[in-house]
Design a protein around this ligand. Structure first.
Ligand SMILES: Nc1ncnc2c1ncn2[C@@H]1O[C@H](COP(=O)(O)OP(=O)(O)OP(=O)(O)O)[C@@H](O)[C@H]1O
Length: 258
């Protein structure tokens, strides 16, 4: 049985189709990379998987059950930016999720439970190579370190599904390559199912066990146009590469949605 099952998803916003007839099954433990031209609905798809947005029609299930209508710890997320709290230290950032999971009302736990959580959070920082940065604030970290922190923050709650939306898009090639190694190691260790959006086919090639390409449906809106082959994704994405400037526009627009 597939872990994530997406059936006939449609999203219409202000009368405009954004996603049309999206169907996808992702098996447990897959590293599913989603690519496609700007505006084809990749981030919208991630936001649906997170329950940040509700579909106009269709259904998403995880392990056979409909996903909760609100973001929940079974799904972790890392965006290109805005993933960490600027006013909290690295350690405090990693503690936020587990504290809320255990104490929804106060968002804090005390005594032995707190000590145990702090040990887990420190280990999460070790796992991403940030053990020396526990007391630093995000503004004191490099872009790559902030994304390491965001990954630790997402993985400490042991989500069934980790959603990554262009998490390395703003990083230089060397830092990107380091982060690829970190993510691959953590994915192999945790066997978490990953769905990741990227425009970078080389990155897709390095990370993916499965490649899903979004394009545009005949009646408008984004939909899946290829599934599985790097070559088919290449053809679709290359034809849109020159339109990257419009992608910046879409990204700027997206900042408003969050
Ligand atoms: N909340 C919203 N309000 C209005 N339009 C939206 C909203 N969310 C998405 N859209 C529109 O839906 C389309 C798909 O957007 P989305 O951000 O999902 O595309 P994308 O494939 O992730 O793009 P990119 O590759 O540039 O990041 C775009 O035309 C976008 O402007």
């Amino acid at each position: 049985m597939s872990q994530i099952s997406v059936r006939n998803l449609n999203v219409v916003i202000d009368g405009h189709p954004v996603l049309s007839g999206v169907n996808l099954d992702v098996a447990s433990g897959e590293f599913c990379v989603v690519t496609g031209p700007s505006g084809s609905g990749k981030t919208t798809f991630i936001r649906l998987l997170l329950s940040q947005l509700q579909p106009s029609a269709g259904e998403i299930t995880i392990d056979g059950a409909p996903i909760s209508p609100f973001p929940a710890p079974d799904r972790g997320v890392v965006f290109q930016d805005y993933s960490v709290f600027p006013h909290k230290t690295a350690l405090q950032n990693v503690l936020v999720g587990p504290q809320f999971k255990r104490s929804r009302f106060l968002g804090r736990v005390f005594g032995e439970e707190r000590k145990k959580l702090i040990e887990e959070a420190k280990q999460a920082l070790v796992d991403v190579g940030l053990e020396q940065a526990a007391s630093k604030y995000p503004s004191q970290l490099s872009g790559g370190m902030r994304q390491r922190l965001a990954i630790a923050q997402a993985l400490i709650s042991r989500p069934k599904v980790l959603l990554l939306d262009e998490p390395f898009g703003a990083l230089d090639p060397e830092t990107r390559a380091q982060l690829h190694r970190v993510v691959l190691r953590l994915w192999r260790e945790s066997r978490t199912t990953i769905v990741m959006v990227t425009h970078d086919l080389a990155e897709a090639h390095t990370l993916a066990t499965r490649l899903v390409t979004f394009g545009f449906a005949k009646g408008g809106g984004g939909t899946i146009t290829a599934d599985g082959s790097l070559e088919s994704a290449s053809a679709v994405v290359t034809s849109f590469t020159n339109k990257r400037s419009s992608s910046q526009t879409t990204r700027q627009k997206k900042r408003k949605y969050r």
